[in-house]
Design a protein around this ligand. Structure first.
Ligand code: SF4
Length: 361
């Protein structure tokens, strides 16, 4: 289904309960038909909380001196991949800030080891990297890349996500196209309720998901971090902009449901940010309103608390075993099944099948 701007905006403005129920039901129906009943579990390893950027909203921004920094060793990353296999997951997600000391050859080597020694798909979420770096990781075997464009409002993005000194403005949409050309499965996404973001901006975000025809879409509410300029600005705040989008659960569910309708075959996680604003029901409602992926955190205990992009992150006080059990319970509570295998993009699998030549006489 191709959605128009007016349709999307109208859903984002909707507050009638029965009408919203019909949106949830439609998103759930499309999810069931297009990607099935399986919920894919991706093991998340937050491999470094160093970042040399200064995004106004992010707790691991370089100027935050209150954060105790860490970088996992290749051996720790490799062990995390083994844990993902032991827990029956088909994917490991390696996530970090834009850490310049995360050496490319070391990273490629650990990707190659995971790919050669396990059946896992490898997803990277390492921020804006050069084309050469992205190509090298792909050659090493990385399968997928997540790079949120955060908001389609270019002016707002440049304000909240400034480039490094001397660099040109951020170019995430160009990088998403590069990732597609490199034949990664491509994921992106947004935050909901950034100060200065309107419902019309969110409607344009959904249109952009549709236009980019994404394989993966991550959506979470904006959660202020006290050691960020954006939090400080909120405290001394100007009144919100006209049409300001609310950083709440309901708007996040609407965006997830609309993302499902816009990109029916995408893999859509019920995100940690959603679980942070509603630890009990958030993950379940996300899965019931369009999502088909959970990402249990396998980051070793000494580190996971320190990957603090926002405070009180869901699961940061849990062990890996507790995160894994919670994900399993959530899937079973909905009467759904845990996904088998890697949980690759349905859309790409179909495209590959269509391009593989049939047997010749
Ligand atoms: S949002 Fe990403 S690039 Fe920006 S400071 Fe946080 S980790 Fe770094």
């Amino acid at each position: 289904m191709s959605l128009t701007f007016d349709q999307i905006l109208s859903w984002l403005q909707e507050d009638d309960g029965p009408r919203l129920d019909s949106l949830w039901q439609e998103a759930d129906r499309v999810r069931r038909e297009q990607v099935g009943e399986e919920v894919h579990l991706r093991g998340l390893l937050e491999i470094s909380n160093y970042c040399d950027r200064a995004c106004q909203y992010c707790g691991i921004r370089q100027p935050n001196v209150h954060l105790d920094r860490y970088r996992m060793t290749p051996e720790e990353i490799r062990a995390g991949a083994d844990e993902a296999v032991a827990r029956g997951y088909g994917t490991v997600v390696l996530q970090a800030g834009e850490d310049p000391a995360l050496d490319l050859s070391v990273l490629c080597d650990v990707i190659r080891r995971i790919k050669n020694e396990t059946p896992l798909a490898v997803t990277l979420s390492l921020g804006e990297r050069t084309v050469a770096e992205l190509a090298a990781c792909r050659r090493a075997g990385a399968d997928r890349y997540l790079l949120r464009f955060e908001t389609s409002n270019r002016e707002l993005l440049e304000h909240l996500h400034p480039p490094r000194a001397g660099d040109p403005p951020t170019h995430r949409l160009d990088l998403l196209r590069v990732l597609d050309e490199l034949e990664y499965e491509v994921g992106s996404g947004v935050m909901v309720g950034l100060p200065g973001q309107t419902l019309a901006d969110l409607a344009r975000d959904v249109l952009l998901f549709q236009q980019l025809d994404l394989d993966m879409i991550g959506i979470g509410p904006y959660i202020p971090h006290p050691h960020t300029p954006l939090f400080q600005k909120l405290r001394t705040a100007d009144p919100p902009c006209a049409g300001q989008a609310t950083a709440d659960e309901l708007t996040t569910y609407k965006m997830m449901a609309l993302a499902r309708l816009a990109c029916p075959q995408a893999n859509i996680p019920s995100t940690t940010a959603l679980a942070t604003v509603n630890p009990q029901a958030g993950p379940l409602l996300g899965l019931a309103r369009g999502a088909n992926v959970l990402m249990p955190n396998l980051t070793p205990a000494p580190y996971r608390r320190r990957y603090e992009i926002y405070p009180h992150k869901a699961g940061s006080e849990r062990t890996s075993a507790e995160s894994a059990n919670a994900a399993l319970e959530q899937v079973l509570a909905l009467g759904r099944q845990v996904g088998c295998g890697r949980g690759d993009s349905v859309k790409r699998r179909m495209r590959c099948r269509a391009t593989v030549p049939g047997p010749t006489e």
